[in-house]
Design a binder for this molecule. Structure first.
Ligand code: GDP
Ligand code: MG
Length: 163
């Protein structure tokens, strides 16, 4: 069995774009409308050097219920709890939201290994984008721009080191 990495975060932060970048497919639905990926979506990231790993894209965690209880959210949470490593994706343009904070609290309660990945840092001040998430108190947030293939190598290094 390959180690499993889960992409988790609220809708529209770029999870499916990152999934495509890592698996080099156009499989995952990428859409401007939040919540397009309904189900879990699996792929494999094959590296030239290093061990391949499985990747699961999720529909995103939405604040549908009072306590992250909606169906899509349940799927995403279940997928995350199966994973060896969770990549918590946030939007570096929009900055930290209340829903991000809720997801973070849930991740911490879950006790699972996760890394904070700040996406969409193209065309913005990377330091400012990261600073907005500093209040989360998460070590080593990684800035990337999935749609520009930026930061992907660093992300892969982190994934490999964590698996
Ligand atoms: P998901 O709902 O989290 O799966 O997000 P998607 O991958 O569907 O992306 C949502 C929107 O964000 C799409 O319009 C993407 O093209 C856009 N997007 C994704 N990654 C980036 C990025 O690195 N930079 C910018 N500027 N836009 C991005
Ligand atoms: Mg998606």
């Amino acid at each position: 069995m390959l180690p499993l990495v889960a992409l988790v975060g609220r809708p529209n932060v770029g999870k499916s774009t990152l999934f495509n970048a890592l698996t080099r497919t156009r499989d995952a639905l990428v859409h401007d409308q939040p919540g397009v990926t309904r189900d879990r979506h699996y792929g494999v990231c094959r590296l030239i050097e290093g061990r391949p790993f499985a990747l699961v894209d999720t529909g995103g965690i939405e604040g549908e219920g009072e306590d992250l209880a909606g169906a899509t959210t349940r799927q995403a949470r279940a997928a995350a709890l199966d994973a060896d490593l969770i990549l918590f994706i946030v939007d570096g343009r929009e900055g930290a939201s209340g829903l991000d904070a809720e997801i973070l609290a849930w991740l911490r309660r879950s006790g699972r290994a996760f890394r904070l990945v700040v996406n969409k840092t193209d065309g913005v001040d990377v330091h400012a984008a990261l600073a907005d998430f500093a209040r989360f108190g998460v070590e080593d947030a990684l800035p990337i721009a999935a749609s520009h293939q930026r930061g992907i190598d660093d992300l892969l290094d982190i994934v490999e080191a964590s698996l």
